[in-house]
Design a binder for this molecule. Sequence first.
Ligand code: PGA
Length: 246
Amino acid sequence: MEVLVFEDYDAASAQAARLVETQVLENGQSVLGLATGSTPLGLYKALIEGFKTRGVSYKNVRTINLDEYIGLAKDHPESYHTFMSKRLFKHIDISLENTYIPDGMTHSPEEECQRYEAVIDNVGPMDLQILGIGTNGHIGFNEPGTDPTSLTHVVELVHSTRASNSRFFPSLDEVPTHAVTTGIQSIFKSRKIILLASGKNKAAAVAQLLSKEISADFPASFLWNHPDVTLIVDKDAYALVQTEGQ
Ligand code: PGA
């Protein structure tokens, strides 16, 4: 795992954007694995800027998102479909038919998981996967205890995840209880992975990750077993890492 530490969130986001743009400029038909949440917002802003000012095109790029809440319609204000549309897709030249996100309104979540894993295999694998990290070490919605061999599956969200995401909903009760998420093994199909973390509230998670202890109790730690992971953090998120000599 390569670790890159930047002064602040904007600098970390700019570096992530440089890596994504390099991938897209090298191969205009790249498959990008995308994440939602607060963390990648700066990255997406920088990619929009790159499209508008430097003409980086996403015309033939395909994207595969990590997860979606079960029970939210695509046009629900807090669905990840809406998030991706508002925060990235409608501002760049990507074709919406080249963007993949699990269907949270499926009648059969189990079938949707199988369908989505087939998307990863047939459209993907992802050339470059963007990940955030939960304070409990989750990646995608792979909560502590997730099997490292997991493919796309239905997950019951733990209380801390629902509480954290309730900031976007009128109340905690309205945060969905379940989601479809790509699994650890699905994420591992990616050729390259960029893990992003910023801010003091991620400092303990980053320190835990960099202790290199691999455990299902902290799913992001499985990333130590992937051959090409770059962790991009700002100083606040790196603050609790014990470096040699300290
Ligand atoms: P955040 O979420 O980017 O909103 O902090 C990250 C995550 O929970 O994976």
